[in-house]
Design a protein around this ligand. Structure first.
Ligand code: C5P
Length: 242
């Protein structure tokens, strides 16, 4: 992990106003924010311009999957909006990935989606893929490496295996982060919400994650700033012990 602040806050909020209130409360502790289709479709590109001007690094998580020319146009638009990182489906194929990498030319960074965490082996079969989730993830990870995609999104439980298989060159981004203290929340929200393959921030970093995408453990905390401080302190003390 090279970045001293590896947290990407998933801005899964109702609207820009709610997001800005939260970011203000977090007092500069977060520099990277992930914007998904919900917020993007609500607020549009102006939201990205605004966040960019405020100095945030934006991970635009639209999971692009289309023909090479269409994806390439989307990459150009993201580039003009100052997007730091953009997600793209690796299953879009080699030609699409090559063209996206060429168009982006390092900015935005491209984050490849391997197999969605909502898939299991059975579900993969329904779209005609007979490999297991693990094999297909490895296969698509290698395609990312071959085409020059800079990062891949994977569950924390796959991070160490992927880091080893892909020679450590590709950055690994892991959602599915949960805190041990979430148990207190669970009596209210139910276990373990919609994330199945989860891990704690420290375990994800130990497994080789370069960036952690964190949403609800911070968004739903009674004191989001305190939660972030404790995660960052934990990671930093682990890094200094190395
Ligand atoms: O709230 P939570 O911490 O579960 O948020 C995780 C974020 O990461 C969400 O914005 C979700 O869309 C995203 N994500 C995920 N699993 C993936 C890719 C992205 O949970 N495989």
């Amino acid at each position: 992990m090279k970045d001293k602040n590896p947290i990407i806050l998933a801005l899964d909020v109702r609207d820009l106003k709610t997001g800005l209130n939260l970011l203000e409360k977090l007092d500069g502790l977060v520099q990277k924010v992930k914007v998904g289709p919900g917020l993007f479709l609500k607020e549009g590109p102006l939201l990205l311009r605004y966040l960019h001007e405020k100095g945030f690094q934006i991970f635009l998580d639209l999971k692009l999957h289309d023909i090479p020319n269409t994806v390439s146009l989307a990459v150009q638009s993201a580039q003009k909006l100052g997007v730091w990182m953009l997600s793209i489906h690796l299953s879009g194929g080699e030609k699409m990935l090559n063209q996206a990498v060429k168009t982006a030319s390092g900015s935005p960074l491209l984050a490849g989606i391997t197999v969605l965490t909502s898939f299991d082996d059975q579900e993969l079969k329904t779209i005609g893929v007979s490999s297991s989730v693990a094999k297909q993830t490895e296969f698509l990870g290698k395609l990312a490496e071959k085409t020059g995609i800079q990062a891949i999104v994977a569950s924390p439980l796959e991070a160490s295996f992927l880091k080893k298989e892909l020679g450590g060159k590709i950055m690994i981004i892991t959602p599915g982060i949960r805190l041990l203290t979430d148990r207190r929340l669970d009596s209210v929200h139910g276990l373990p919400d919609d994330q199945a393959r989860i891990s704690t921030p420290l375990k994800a970093v130990q497994a080789g994650a370069d960036y952690l995408v964190i949403g609800r453990p911070v968004l739903e905390a009674s004191d989001p700033k305190a939660v972030l401080i404790s995660i960052l302190d934990g990671i930093r003390s682990m890094e200094t012990l190395k």
